[in-house]
Design a protein around this ligand. Sequence first.
Ligand SMILES: Nc1nc2c(c(=O)[nH]1)N[C@H]1C(S)=C(S)[C@@H](COP(=O)(O)OP(=O)(O)OC[C@H]3O[C@@H](n4cnc5c(=O)[nH]c(N)nc54)[C@H](O)[C@@H]3O)O[C@H]1N2
Ligand SMILES: Nc1nc2c(c(=O)[nH]1)N[C@H]1C(S)=C(S)[C@@H](COP(=O)(O)OP(=O)(O)OC[C@H]3O[C@@H](n4cnc5c(=O)[nH]c(N)nc54)[C@H](O)[C@@H]3O)O[C@H]1N2
Ligand code: SF4
Ligand SMILES: [Mo]
Length: 737
Amino acid sequence: MSMPGTTTRPGICRICSAHCGVLATVVDGRLAKVTGDPDNPMFKGYTCSKGRALPDIHNNPARLLHSQKRQPDGTYAAIDAERATDEIAERLRHLIDTYGPRSVALYIGTNCLPYPASPLTANAFIRAIESPMFFTANTIDQPGKQIALAAHGHWLGGDVPFDEADSWMLVGTNPLVSKAIGIPGQNPGQNLRAAIGRGMKLVVIDPRRSQTAARAAIHIQPRPGEDVAIIAGMINLIIREGLCDNDFLAEHVAGFDELASAVAEFTPQYVAQRADVPVEQLIDAARLFATFGDRRGMVNAGTGANFGLHGNLLEYLCLCLTTICGRWQRAGERVTRPNTLMPAYTAKAQAHPPYEGWGYGERLRVRGLTDTVAGMPTAALADEILLEGEGRVRALICVGGNPMAAWPDQRKTHRALESLDLLVTLDTEMSLTSRLADYVIAPMMQMETPAMTQGSELIKYYASGTGIPAAYAQYAPRLVDPPEGSDLMEEWKFFLGLAKRMDLQMFFVNFFGAGGGRFMESPPVVVTMDGDTQLTTEELFEQMCANSRVPLADVAAHPHGKVFDVDAVVAERDPDCTDRLDVGNAVMLAELVDVMAEDFDTARGDTAFPLRLIPRRHGSFMNSSGTNLAKLNGGKPYNPAYMHPDAIDALGLASGDLVTVTSPHDFIPSVVEADDTLRRDVIAMHHAFGGLPSEDDEVRERGSNVGRLVPTDFEYDAISGLPRQGNIPVRVTPRTG
Ligand SMILES: Nc1nc2c(c(=O)[nH]1)N[C@H]1C(S)=C(S)[C@@H](COP(=O)(O)OP(=O)(O)OC[C@H]3O[C@@H](n4cnc5c(=O)[nH]c(N)nc54)[C@H](O)[C@@H]3O)O[C@H]1N2
Ligand SMILES: Nc1nc2c(c(=O)[nH]1)N[C@H]1C(S)=C(S)[C@@H](COP(=O)(O)OP(=O)(O)OC[C@H]3O[C@@H](n4cnc5c(=O)[nH]c(N)nc54)[C@H](O)[C@@H]3O)O[C@H]1N2
Ligand code: SF4
Ligand SMILES: [Mo]
């Protein structure tokens, strides 16, 4: 029974990693309003339109209130969640007995972020059945971040704080919209305004005058895909002009000479010609970054720069540029991101040395790919499903992700998912992927489950420039009951339910994924689950926070969130420490030789595919989530093909016309839209829209799927398998009918 009346209580939006503290109003048992929380000390009333749409998202008529089972005729019927779990457990058991554990794979997408116990329990389940086939969206995102950190090492003093820096450089990222990296995502507009007001000079490298680029002191607007050349060129210039931090290099860095000679050919003239930018601008930007101000900032890259091939190298060069300029927190300075709901640690002014980042663990049967620090190569999972023979993947459990919308090569993904013996999704709606599933488990939504900010602390271990820059934490209880008459399951409990039925012992060691555990000083927290486990999510959170710096109860005592006074300062280097950051990694620098050898002029002269398609995030949607709520974007549910007005004119087209976008691999329909922030030789599209390949005629209702243009086995990263999801060669032609 839902409670009559109106309550307004603090909550946490977890649609993106900013984790905004909000106020949630519940009227007669229904989430009615979400606004900013002026009493939250970190967010001070900030939210974005996605967070404010949480009531529409919870009450979406398309939301699943019952789990679904596919019927023999292809339609779906509601099924009791416990009954569905029984049937799934039985089918998994049969597959494992017949084909072995590798036949079962698990995929975690972005909507695990709101539910901290979900990915940990899912991972515990896959380990309990002894399958190595655990995949996440990370390897189709920016796996280069973790691969580069493994090759370079970590600075244990942590990042320079954005709110003190006089300069910052952003490469292919638009944090004013994505809230993902560089500018702290907790009200990024305000954070940037304050910084510019203080005199910060921002350098932005982006083929589009993005919202962030529009605020830059220098906006370099290059051809897409040339970020490696640009950063290598800047490193070269900074070295030749003697602008490095030589003391830092002498004390903490190895491989400098190798780096210096590897970038030597990337002269300003060469880079300017290659990237099609003014040479003076390139020189000015490098000098500004190296010399401007007293408190100098860092360089961070985003998806735009990572998708044009060479993402590992690009991320590695960004770390090298940061390091040769000595842009890390030093002894005696405050710790930018001290843990709060994660364990306390001693930040030190020293290197954590490089470590093995790839080439170990499970081997895929295609393209010589292996497990990596960034996880298993998701772009190859469709092949592992399609490729017959021993080890073939026959069952896929998909948690809060949408392969049909977000994986590369949509047609191949479609064939793969249709060929599975068992596809299970945990999704709040009949997503594109759920429409192919045997079972869809309907989970509770954000405000129906307890929430905490622990996950937003964890991400800093995976990428510099991310995470909440303060000892801030918030906990929020369940704020609204699930809709009356619904039968919804928390995701982690689905995996516990499977474990009970399959008689498995499960455990996870908190933070000991690819990232955080490496740096933990306090003893790890081991959470175990078996057939007898009776646990609420609230109790599980307590276990997950058992060794937190600030006890969870203290955090919960401040419902509007609190910035704790932890007074963390970077310690001196250990006297016996000889560890160094490595800027001369041989594998990374060898790839720079390949980049230099690329015949960029011929590729560009390709008259069959004269334009380059680049990615960009949508302000109103988080990837494919909510794209069926046209209301969220002023009634425009599709993803246009943005082009410069002159480029549209040149094709004899007008804004709003239907077009076909064709890559060497495939084609998609779209609707052109004028956007004079773009270079004339690029087209920009949001990913994760569109229907099944047979639904192209519904382009104005559904948009279209950029991933369909991307082959997985032609141009791809040799370590992570990440294909060329950006800088995609295309042509645009009128679409008739
Ligand atoms: N071409 C191209 N491809 C790309 C990208 C690109 O820019 N261009 N970007 C890449 C990146 S960075 C990423 S991270 C991946 C994303 O890849 P995915 O994570 O696989 O895709 P999403 O669209 O984020 O999937 C989210 C799913 O969660 C569901 N959902 C919404 N709310 C909830 C909830 O509360 N609980 C549960 N269980 N489910 C929920 C949604 O309905 C949707 O089906 O795509 C990658 N693919
Ligand atoms: N509103 C909203 N926020 C989101 C998401 C969302 O879908 N919507 N998705 C979330 C996810 S999963 C992620 S991974 C993050 C991603 O966060 P970001 O990496 O910041 O992604 P974008 O906002 O698309 O910014 C990428 C920028 O790169 C530029 N670009 C494209 N190609 C190139 C290139 O070759 N070189 C350079 N230098 N720039 C290029 C684009 O023009 C664009 O401005 O955002 C997260 N936040
Ligand atoms: S910025 Fe992210 S966390 Fe904050 S309200 Fe928007 S979607 Fe939610
Ligand atoms: Mo992402």
